[in-house]
Design a protein around this ligand. Structure first.
Ligand code: NHR
Length: 186
């Protein structure tokens, strides 16, 4: 999230980050957003009795800002089908693996356990099926001998900080089209 905000500031994007919204009041990104003059909001997931109730509240909060694009960046709650459909074609996520390998959580440990030689990150449009939406961009990194979850995660994260801001910029500047589950970049 911080990499995207910084890229938008430095690169003079024809867009602004309307708000940073978290389900946790203690999220570090909220303090960063405030320090950078960006509106913040918290929709505390723990206060809602169901995923549906939380997603309805989250959607209402997001839509107050009428964003053109919703960017998941460190967001860790599985989203309901109805929520995902509302933002269809205008919600991005970055997943820390080369999809379709290693969906879900603990992806760096999954990569180490599988013994792959290449790992990486994937920017995708969000669909109801977890970590499955149309792929916008990917970056690969080598898995090195002696890697731990932490060393591998750091190598992937450096690439995430490059490809996610670029993908958001491509969307904002109208370069991305989705057709039959494939993304093309003009
Ligand atoms: N929701 C849908 N419908 N589709 C996707 O592709 C989504 C999504 C919500 C979040 C980000 C994601 C990732 O790229 C994301 C993609 C959390 C979980 C998870 O299992 C899975 C994937 C992702 C984020 N969350 C647990 C849950 O029960 C909670 C885990 C926790 O709090 O630590 O929601 O990795």
């Amino acid at each position: 999230m911080e990499a995207i905000v910084r890229a938008a500031q430095v690169g003079k994007w024809p867009a602004r980050v309307a708000a940073i919204i978290s389900n946790r009041a203690d999220a570090a990104g909220l303090a960063f957003a405030s320090a950078n003059g960006i509106a913040t909001a918290v929709v505390p997931s723990k206060d809602y009795p169901s995923r549906d109730a939380f997603d309805v509240a989250l959607q209402a909060e997001i839509d107050r800002y009428a964003p053109d694009l919703v960017v998941l960046a460190g967001f860790m709650r599985i989203l309901t089908e109805s929520f995902v459909r509302h933002y269809e074609g205008r919600m991005l996520n970055i997943h820390p693996s080369l999809l379709p390998s290693f969906k879900g959580l603990h992806t760096h440990q999954q990569a180490l356990d599988a013994g792959v030689k290449l790992h990486g990150a994937t920017v995708h449009f969000v669909t109801a099926e977890l970590d499955h939406g149309p792929i916008v961009a990917q970056a690969a990194v080598p898995v090195e001998e002696g890697d731990t979850e932490d060393t591998l995660a750091a190598r992937v994260l450096a690439q995430e900080h490059l490809i996610y801001p670029q993908a958001v910029r491509d969307f904002i500047e109208g370069r991305l089209t989705i057709s039959q589950g494939r993304v093309s970049r003009a």
